[in-house]
Design a protein around this ligand. Sequence first.
Ligand SMILES: Cc1ncc(COP(=O)(O)O)c(C=O)c1O
Ligand SMILES: N[C@H](C=O)CCC(=O)O
Length: 431
Amino acid sequence: MAGPKATAAFEQALQLMPGGVNSPVRAFKSVGSTPIFADRGEGPYLYDTDGQRYVDYLMSWGPLIWGHAHPEIVQAIRSAAERGTSFGLPTELETAMAQKVIQLLPSLEVVRMVNSGTEATMSAIRLARAATKRSYVVKFVGCYHGHADQFLVKAGSGVASLGLPDSPGVPKEIAERTIAIPYNDIDALRDLFLTRGEEIAAVIVEPVAGNMNCVLPRPGYLQAVRELTRSYDALLIFDEVITGFRVGLSGAQGRFGIQPDLTTFGKVIGAGLPVGAYGGRRDLMEMIAPSGPVYQGGTLSGNPLAMSAGLVSLNMLEQAANDGLYERMEQYGNQVVEQFLRLGQARGLPVYGHAIGGMYGLFFHEGPVYDFADVCTSNVELYVQFFHSMLAKGVLFAPSAMESAFVSAVHTETELNATLDAMERAFAELK
Ligand SMILES: Cc1ncc(COP(=O)(O)O)c(C=O)c1O
Ligand SMILES: N[C@H](C=O)CCC(=O)O
């Protein structure tokens, strides 16, 4: 429940911003309440303006793999700011960042930094269309690739939470160029390629879907998508805005051993600052201006604050990965999932879940979840009760049953035990 300060702040915000927020998912509409307001964060904890402390699994919707206000990241931002916040000229920091990303992601030969995940995905699609001279794009129902026109077709995240399958304002001619088919269904993709293979520029996929809660690819699915796209000369774009540096140091592509043609990033790559990136095969990326004719630019792209924070974060991740960071985060997630399953099953409730690297999914659903249709048969009322009950006990999950949970490198046994204990009490209250 939002406290008195948050309630008053939201009333004021409602007069000034659409729905009182700068991104729809923050409004808590899909959990039937008004939002808490963030005051500050420290490590795995978020403090709201009403003085409550929460173990945070929202983690700013994914970017904060080092938790809130990590001292080394804060120091990197501070030092960069003292030298100037933006130059509009090349900096050596950008080259260092490009080098690091290319070193960590074997499928990347060239990379371009942008300012958000949306910028990254829309630029990658433009490039794919230019490279293939085809115009149709395939996406999967319930995957979210940002808010560019061509992606607001059967999208996940806030679009799905608010029950808006599409968006007014997107011209029919653009929406028609996006074909949405079910995730994890290789036959659906094969059938589509059989009939329209010559028209498809690219298939864009969240390799682990993180915008319809957290849905894992079936074994062999991503490999089959890779083979199909290759055999029809369509490009494969991995949207690793969530999974990049989160499910493993080399993202989902490293984990599943797939070489996409292009990859998009956001969130973790910027350590909490507004950053995105896209990159891939040299022959494709050299088509981007000014090397080639495909235009894409940005006044603040590669800005020194974001590059400094991102670079420090990636360097720390590289070191921590050698010490088992990703395995530790996954184990943490698995322990939360196990408690969720144990408590749910003991009460005869439909429960399901899994963890991968630093993300995990909790579903009020009977049996496995493979696609958006499965997710939509989850019991949302139970999630809403669970969410509020956990919040009241000092644990913050995403305010929607359509979103993934995130764990950071600084969540410890203390936060885990607090979560398991809160969950025990929350399940006792579920009706
Ligand atoms: C997989 C994925 N792609 C793209 C985006 C768009 O990123 P942004 O919100 O930074 O524009 C998001 C999140 O919003 C995302 O989760
Ligand atoms: N699920 C979204 C991104 O991954 C949520 C972030 C947003 O749209 O504000």
